[in-house]
Design a protein around this ligand. Structure first.
Ligand code: SF4
Ligand code: SF4
Length: 297
């Protein structure tokens, strides 16, 4: 059905169906080499990447996360004045994916989450009073995609299993929760500082640079982390999960990473110094005010 003529769709120009589904919803879909529209969906891309997508792709290409970001992505703002996301950059002066070949996807085994899900869209939901997110799904129907006409029925859960999505969703769950928490906490948390936004970008998307940062002397002086835990950070997956924890601490004050005694002493001293400075400033203002009153008399 042409979506633009569907009166029940409140978003008439969007190919995303307005209904939300659970995993047991049966869909009719099949995509295979030889279908008339083969590669059509990769010729004009708008694909957001998860942190795990980047890890899988940069490891497949045997390059660093910084190199991957530079050559294959561009950043975008997920919310006004807020956290950044990363999208796949198409070929120069075009709209097609850089990984598309006439035989299909050249990184198929490590293709991003959004490519695996298509034509299903994941909607992560979280109520303000809940810590865990819940998944719901929508269906995307685009005119060029003939997969919806293929005679194959399966549930969304079966489709997710077939496409190997579960490990992808599991690895990036902490990242989704950070975004949902930021969205649902709204102005009460306030606008994150530029520094914390930079940390968000590095810890989520530039894992190799985050590793250098987390293994640096200054980080070591700030946090009380055992050598045993530090040794596990050779694994991108383990470090990525630590990064999400670190960001919850930096962005939302959820202190799960112990600070070193020295760092705590320095912090206490900074708080004391700043309190003393404020008291001195207040005393100076009061004295000036009293002098002014005497002069007026
Ligand atoms: S990564 Fe592969 S599946 Fe995804 S848009 Fe690119 S070519 Fe298509
Ligand atoms: S059936 Fe849909 S997903 Fe598969 S190649 Fe065609 S447009 Fe892409």
């Amino acid at each position: 059905m042409n979506q633009t003529s569907d009166n029940t769709n409140p978003y008439p120009t969007s190919p995303v169906m307005p209904e939300m589904f659970e995993g047991n919803k049966t869909i009719q879909f099949s995509c295979h080499k030889g279908i008339g529209c083969f590669n059509a969906c990769c010729k004009s891309i708008d694909i957001s990447l998860t942190p795990y997508d980047i890890v899988r792709l940069k490891n497949r290409l045997a390059i660093t996360s910084s190199e991957f970001l530079e050559h294959f992505t561009f950043p975008f703002e997920m919310e006004m004045n807020s956290i950044a996301g990363v999208k796949l950059k198409p070929v120069e002066n075009g709209t097609a994916c850089q990984f598309m070949t006439i035989d299909g996807c050249s990184v198929y085994e490590d293709r991003p989450t959004a490519c695996r899900y298509y034509p299903v869209a994941l909607l992560s939901l979280r109520r303000q009073d809940e810590y865990v997110d819940r998944n719901a799904y929508a269906l995307v129907k685009e005119d060029h995609c003939l997969g919806h006409l293929e005679p194959r029925s399966l549930t969304i859960d079966e489709y997710r299993a077939e496409q190997g999505i579960e490990p992808y969703d599991e690895a990036s769950r902490g990242w989704r929760q950070l975004i949902l928490k930021k969205k649902s906490s709204g102005p009460s948390i306030g606008k994150p500082s530029k520094r914390s936004l930079q940390l968000f970008f590095m810890a989520c998307y530039d894992i190799d640079r985050f590793r250098e940062f987390a293994l640096s002397d200054s980080f070591n002086m700030l946090y009380d982390i055992s050598d045993k835990e530090r040794a596990t950070w050779t694994s991108d997956d383990v470090l990525m999960q630590f990064g999400f924890r670190f960001l919850r601490q930096v962005l939302f004050g959820e202190e799960t990473i112990k600070m070193s005694e020295d760092a705590l002493l320095v912090r206490r001293k900074q708080v004391q110094d700043s309190r003393m400075r404020l008291e001195l400033e207040a005393a100076a203002i009061k004295a000036q005010h009293e002098d002014d009153l005497v002069d007026e008399d």
